[in-house]
Design a protein around this ligand. Structure first.
Ligand code: NAD
Length: 484
């Protein structure tokens, strides 16, 4: 098995195995070949991780921020030096093209570690003078944090969660998606090599039940989930039982609005990036592309032409632009959505079925036009390379229709009129918006959703709020005056 890790879990600074846990097969989506086997964490392994994390966190919280930062910075250097081999493993785990994983996955994870290493020593409290007495505040770590990942960006998610958690003095237990368990183990190895004390970053494999066991443990202070809305509802409710902090990064059905004055080539490029990158398996994708009627047919003709030229193939070939979907169930789900869109009256402009490569879980990049708001394709998250193009007449109308969804993760606007760009974004119900760009999520900017798409923010200074809590200290400078 070409990607077999040394063992299934990483606990207290070392690989750990317990073959009593159910087997999870890791499948390379480009061929269907089993490339590794891991076991689900048993209660004994879960207990070891929780006990180790709790014990290690106290000393880590008392470590100077610059020292914590130095360790994370060393991890950044190791990741960058090994980007080629790490990206290859990411491609095996996810099926995403190597031309993407080498620039997007681990590199953005390294950026997050670098950013939070730099930020941690600057996190301070405040002083509130009261004319003699005063109040000061301390930003303290939360304690043991649980991270639960989705399968679309497994290593980036592990980095995005562990970077602020560790930089700010917490310990983390990370449970990757059972579909993509490999990258997080590499991150754990790298942290130890960089000097991170044992117990501060642990990786436990397993399906939902392992995540659920972690979320309800009394030693856990915070849960950060990246996953679907239905899972988010369950995890949020379970965390609420223990009044735990949460960050919920959930699904979306985001609008990308193209006005008739937009730079049409850029708008088409953004719509393609926002539907086909990572084979469409990105939470913030602009899967409802609203195009103003005057330019609709021109937009569709050029979009069809550019879509037909996308190069599908072996993800390890640097020229491949579109890889397979992550798994056989995901392929079935996406094909069912394509069939439904056809049955409900969508006009097929590009693609429309399984790609005939005689291997793997490939689907053609697909575009449907004439989608209306009530069609399934306009309402449900597909998580595959299937673009829905809708049309509109006026700004007021498109804003109302863009907002008419339970989701609120992201939104984009293309227009040459910047005043309109800002005006429209100001009215869109979405946590992350772009004007004349799409799906760029640099660590410097906050990322997250509103409405059913989530709570809390990852990246940027905003994440400090979500991995620390404020202690308020009142200092009395004189005698205590009491009425009795
Ligand atoms: P999923 O909801 O099926 O699973 C996510 C994770 O939750 C997995 O690790 C899974 O094992 C775990 N899990 C499942 N049930 C659980 C439970 N009861 N308790 C604890 N953990 C449990 O999601 P997925 O299919 O892996 O990923 C795709 C989804 O993730 C899409 O909806 C996508 O939009 C979303 N996503 C969101 C973001 C974001 O940042 N907003 C990023 C990537 C993906």
């Amino acid at each position: 098995m070409r990607a077999q890790p040394k063992a299934s879990h990483f606990v207290n600074g070392a690989y750990v195995e317990d073959t009593a846990g159910a087997v999870i097969e890791v499948i390379y989506p480009a061929t269907g070949e089993v490339i590794a086997r891991v076991h689900e964490a048993t209660p004994a392994v879960i207990e070891a991780a929780l006990a180790g994390a709790e014990a290690a966190q106290k000393a880590w919280a008392a470590t100077r921020p610059v020292e914590r930062a130095r360790i994370l910075r060393r991890a950044v250097d190791l990741i960058r030096a090994r980007n080629a081999e790490l990206s290859e493993l990411e491609t095996l785990d996810t099926g995403k093209p190597i031309q993407e994983t080498t620039v997007a996955d681990w590199p953005s994870g390294a950026d997050a570690l670098e950013y939070f290493a730099g930020l941690a020593p600057t996190v301070t409290g405040e002083t509130m003078p009261l004319g003699g007495d005063f109040v000061y505040t301390i930003r303290e770590p939360l304690g043991v944090c649980v991270g639960i990942g989705a399968w679309n960006y497994p290593s980036q998610i592990a980095c995005w969660k562990s970077a602020p958690a560790l930089a700010l003095g917490n310990a983390m237990i990370f449970k990757p998606s059972e579909v993509t368990p490999l990258g997080a183990l590499k991150l754990a190895e790298i942290f130890v090599e960089a000097g991170l004390p044992p117990g501060l970053f642990n990786v436990l494999q397993g399906r939902g039940a392992v995540g659920a066991a972690l979320v309800t443990d009394a030693r856990v202070a915070k849960v950060s989930l990246t996953g679907s809305v239905p899972t988010g509802r369950k995890v949020y409710a379970a965390a609420a039982e223990g009044i735990r902090h949460v960050t919920m990064e959930l699904g979306g059905k985001s609008p990308l609005i193209v006005f008739e004055d937009a730079d049409i080539e850029s708008a088409i490029g953004a719509a393609m990036l926002g539907n086909f990158y990572s084979t469409g398996q990105i939470c913030s994708n602009g899967t409802r592309v609203f195009v103003q009627k005057a330019i609709k047919e021109k937009f569709l003709a050029r979009l069809a032409e550019r879509t037909a030229a996308i190069k599908l193939g072996d993800p390890m070939d640097p020229d491949t632009q579109l890889g397979p979907l992550v798994s056989a169930p995901q392929l079935d789900k996406v094909l069912a959505y394509i069939d439904k869109a056809k049955a409900e009256g969508g006009r097929l402009v590009a693609g429309g079925g399984r790609a005939d490569l005689n291997t793997g879980y490939y689907v053609q990049p697909t575009v449907f036009a004439d989608i209306t708001d009530d069609m399934t394709l306009a309402c449900e998250e597909v998580f595959g390379p299937v673009m829905a193009v809708l049309d509109f007449d006026t700004e007021e109308e498109v804003v109302a229709r863009a907002n008419a969804t339970e989701f609120g993760l992201a939104a984009g606007v293309f227009t040459a009129d910047l005043a309109r760009g800002h005006r429209v974004v100001g009215q869109l119900q979405a946590g992350t918006c772009w004007i004349n760009a799409y799906n760029l999520t640099p660590v410097e900017g906050p990322f997250g959703g509103v409405k059913a798409s989530g709570v809390g923010r990852e990246n940027s200074k905003a994440a400090v709020e979500h991995y620390t809590q404020v202690k308020s200290v009142y200092v009395g400078m004189g005698p205590v005056e009491a009425p009795y």
